[in-house]
Design a protein around this ligand. Structure first.
Ligand SMILES: C[S@@+](CC[C@H](N)C(=O)[O-])C[C@H]1O[C@@H](n2cnc3c(N)ncnc32)[C@H](O)[C@@H]1O
Length: 129
């Protein structure tokens, strides 16, 4: 049974998640270093998947994914899929507004694709990976 009805919608989470952003910015360099340590994939490598769990309205998730995409692009031209997950009750309208701020995908790098996933992390993590 779902145990969450989602965060308060309409930009509330983005407007009240500066503490999460600060924590994120503290450990993102570790993730960027880990990403640049991976072996350079061969030409024709299948897409690389990045999965953010509990993305809410996306402000912080898109910030984090953007950093990791830029780190990955130093290593590989392989296509990158970004999956942003939250339970179905999430404000996905707001998430999509963040994901396509001016009608174009927020990630400007080549061959980057994004999808939102409505589902619990406990199911999605095993399905997407
Ligand atoms: C405190 S918010 C953090 C949002 C965002 N990651 C950030 O840093 O701003 C936690 C998010 O986790 C989501 N969440 C709670 N239970 C979840 C679950 N089982 N699977 C996926 N997301 C979940 C909530 O709906 C909420 O959007």
């Amino acid at each position: 049974m779902p145990t969450t009805t989602g965060m308060k919608p309409g930009g509330f989470c983005d407007a009240h998640s500066s503490a999460q952003r600060a924590a994120l910015d503290a450990f993102l360099p570790w993730l960027e270093e880990a990403v640049t340590d991976i072996e350079r994939p061969a030409d024709g490598h299948p897409p690389i998947g990045l999965l953010d769990l509990g993305s809410s309205e996306g402000g912080n998730a898109i910030h984090a994914m953007g950093r990791l995409i830029r780190a990955l692009r130093k290593q590989t031209e392989a296509p990158i899929w970004v999956f942003l997950d939250d339970p179905p009750t999430n404000d996905f309208n707001h998430l999509f507004s963040n994901l396509f701020p001016k009608g174009d995908l927020a990630f400007a790098e080549r061959a980057v694709y994004a999808a939102a996933v409505g589902g619990s992390a406990f199911c999605v993590a095993t399905t997407v990976t």
